[in-house]
Write a protein that binds this ligand. Structure first.
Ligand code: ZN
Length: 440
């Protein structure tokens, strides 16, 4: 059975609720560790119950180790007249992520060694981090940087970097089968709306929707800091992830208005890759499908590393390197909308619905066509020029349900969405003309 369809009004309502959650999450200063992540997960928990896991700093995870925990309370630069010209409290992107604490007075040339700007986007604050090399720094608008005069500046970063833990959220929704669909989003970006947080919001609401329906597969939704979180999670759950993960999607960049973009798994022709491309080809907008590449991207780089090689793809809207607001303060609340979020939620849900429905069946009457009329599956009036739509589907299904081709392949042959086969499939099961192929 397919998942129930979502109505337009449900999606509209969820779009508003998703934007509200995103609006609340936006101001929090997050990083790969620290209280910002905990606060974020706490807010998501109000919509989707999840377990919170803390992995201590220093834990060995494959070739890496969990870093010290970073927390920040305040940061600013005072100009020679004592005026606050850069203020963490006005925008948390002003601080280089993982900055060491500092409290000093210094001249302009020395200060400039710690300042980062984007000359090509002079009104944007860049987003930069230094997780694995200890330093301190500020990110600022290039136009403000150009105004800096000689003199003595006061810099203050009130942060701590010490042993603590890395925080992960996990929600498991058991299905009829133990095989799992893994949905992964990352929780580590500070105040940007489309990168990172839109994915957290969508994964939360997708989990909520899935929790309310009968599921064939078990769904595991994880909220992790990018890269080190995925490495940590995979290290702790290696055997289960390899043996149980039937498909997965990495959720991010889902709040902007651009066309959808699906980056395939490393396998390239996994069932989830085929399903995603199928659903995208039947939605109304433009879309793009890209082959896997390991040199940039999100956590698919870990999930699709050769040891795991999981059937997991990244589904976004505008391909991230193609929007100039990416990793800047311009990726803000006005860059995303509830409408875009709800459209993205609808697409994710449709992909999962198609994945749930896709099965391989075997025709029980392999030699010549079965006699459909006696089962009320065909018109009794012969020689009609056009077949009724459902009869047509039944004939395609009977021919291609040969135990080798799944419903997706048959839907592609007749250029219809897989969901449109639902009635015909149920009738053929009811009349015992097809049976699901027995899989182990
Ligand atoms: Zn990012």
């Amino acid at each position: 059975m397919a998942l129930p369809a979502l109505s337009e009004s449900t999606l509209d309502r969820l779009g508003g609720e998703m934007y509200d959650l995103l609006y609340s999450l936006f101001p929090i200063c997050r990083s790969i560790t620290g209280n910002g992540v905990r606060e974020t997960l706490k807010m998501a928990q109000s919509c989707l119950p999840m377990e919170i896991l803390e992995i201590p700093s220093g834990a060995e995870v494959f070739d890496w180790s969990v870093p010290d925990e970073w927390n920040i309370f305040d940061a600013y630069i005072l100009d020679p007249e004592g005026k606050k010209i850069v203020d963490f409290k006005a925008n948390n992107l002003h601080v280089l992520g993982y900055s060491d604490p500092v409290d000093a007075k210094l001249g302009l040339p020395e200060l400039k060694e710690h300042l980062y700007t984007l000359p090509e986007l002079p009104d944007a604050i860049p987003y930069l981090t230094s997780y694995y090399k200890r330093r301190w720094g500020f990110c600022m608008r290039h136009n403000d940087f150009l105004q800096l005069k000689d003199g003595t500046y006061t810099v203050k970063i009130d942060s701590t970097l010490k042993p603590g833990s890395l925080t992960i959220g996990e929600c498991v929704l058991p299905g009829e089968q133990e095989d799992e669909v893994l949905l992964s989003c990352y929780t580590c970006h500070p105040s940007m709306a489309n990168d990172s947080i839109s994915g957290v919001v969508l994964a939360t609401f997708l989990g909520k929707l899935l929790s309310q329906v009968k599921r064939r597969y078990t769904y595991r939704i994880i909220f992790i800091p990018e890269t080190i979180g995925a490495i940590t999670y995979l290290s702790l759950n290696k055997d289960r992830v390899i043996s149980k993960t039937r498909a997965g999607l990495i959720v991010s960049f889902v709040g902007d208005s651009g066309p959808f973009c699906y980056k395939k798994s490393r396998q390239g022709n996994a069932e989830i890759d085929r399903v995603a491309e199928h659903v995208l080809s039947h939605q109304k907008g433009n879309y793009e499908v890209r082959d896997f590449y390991p040199d940039s991207g999100a956590d698919e780089r870990q999930y699709c590393s050769p040891g795991f090689d999981l059937p997991m793809g990244l589904l976004t809207r505008t391909y991230y390197l193609r929007y100039p607001e990416y990793h800047t303060s311009l990726d803000n609340l006005s860059f995303v909308s509830g409408e875009n979020l709800s459209e993205s939620l609808g697409l994710y849900y449709e992909i999962l619905a198609a994945f749930e429905m896709n099965k391989t069946y075997v025709n029980q009457v392999m030699f010549c066509e079965p006699y459909l009329s006696k089962r009320n599956l065909d018109s009794t009036l012969g020689s009609q020029k056009t077949l009724d739509g459902e009869t047509r589907k039944i004939k395609w299904l009977l021919n291609y349900c040969d135990g080798k081709r799944d419903l997706l392949e048959i839907a592609n042959k007749i250029s219809i969405p897989i969901q449109d086969l639902e009635w015909a499939v149920q009738e053929l099961i009811r009349t015992k003309l097809i049976k699901p192929e027995i899989t182990n």
